[in-house]
Design a protein around this ligand. Sequence first.
Ligand code: ADP
Ligand code: MG
Length: 440
Amino acid sequence: MSAHEVANIFTDIVARARATDPANARKWFDDLTVVRFDGGSIAIGCPDESNVRFLDAHCRSSFTRAAQQITGHLVTVDFVVGTADQPAETEYVARGGPALHPDYTFENFVVGPSNRLAHASCMAISQSLGQTYNPLFLYGSAGLGKTHLLHAVCHEVQRRIHGSVIQLLSCEDFVNRFIRAIEQGSITGFHSQFRTVDALVIDDIQFLREREQSQEEFFHTFNAIYNSGKQIILSADSPPNEIPSIEARLISRFNWGLVARIDPPSYETRIAIVQKKAHLRGLEISDEIAEYIARQVQANIRELEGALTTIYALATTLGEPVDLRLAQTALEGQIKLATKHISITDIIDVVTDHFDVRLTDLQSKRRSQSITVPRQICMYLARNLTRHSLEEIGGHLGGRDHTTVMHACSKITEAQQSDPQMQALLSELTKRVTQGQQVT
Ligand code: ADP
Ligand code: MG
């Protein structure tokens, strides 16, 4: 079906749902978009989590009915986070799961001896779902690229196989959705949602420990998917046998396919990763600095990136070029650019002051340029200068979803790369935030 046809059908569905539920329509139906329509189910994109929750709870039946009447098929309806002005992301919204991180692709993944097997098996799987290693079980310590590889598989599958249904979610999401399904008496829907996928990808499966009922449910889900020849991919922080308090029958299934370990990266791989990350952010980096960072940070790739951020934030603050001395200063903390001491409130204060907007505007649903830009800048600065998670940052800015924050960060990064004024503004704001200056 062409995008145009899908759009038309969707418009009709919304119109019909609107007619049957005018009270809710006024407040909740304006910003909906169609994120995916694969014949069997429709994913409707909503601006944020709270919309998803509301629509899920109150409007599912009017949308399902409308969708079935308009299409003449027994389609199901899902509400997910995603909006029309984020087409790049909405394309990737896996069924009901989180949006894929746009940077977590195979292209951006540096392969070395420490992750070669994991990488190769993920590549193989994305070429032929369900036919090579099933399940694939990736494990390794925090920050070594498990989530990155899982997202890369999803990107690749979505690129190659149009209309494929991948369910990617964290183990906690799985557990929470299971609990919610029980509470709402919608366990049948829960079953069918999981058991009709082409691939089920669950990150950090170790969180199933001590969740007996969820383990039981996952066991049946696993069997159903496996028996129908569909793909299962799991990640964890330790090998199957070492995850405490997991049922033996699950552990044995985790070992059925391929178990691939990811080790901490070698020095050479770390250098290559630092260079790749710098490149992705549009930063110039000399070999000397990349090598210096790779020597300083050894065990965790997320911290390699953190080091890069700290160094460039200090350079921006001081208005100096990045050289070895400055890098040492930043990492060894002689001048403490203590990124952890900067709060989101500091950032919001500086940004609202500069743009002369109010916090309540930033937290509101308003989408005018004069509000959106400062809001996105707040998110960008918070992402770069604090250690808060995407969710926490979104929470400070009107309870926005992590995908919205991610989107804001890439927008501002792009703007910064193409627009010297934006670059100057960001460095000015960074300076004020890090120096705690009152803006006059
Ligand atoms: P994990 O899920 O194992 O804790 P992540 O997948 O979240 O780790 O990775 C942490 C960070 O390190 C991410 O930003 C990811 O892009 C990056 N990363 C990890 N491994 C690599 C790699 N081989 N090449 C490039 N970036 C990597
Ligand atoms: Mg992870």
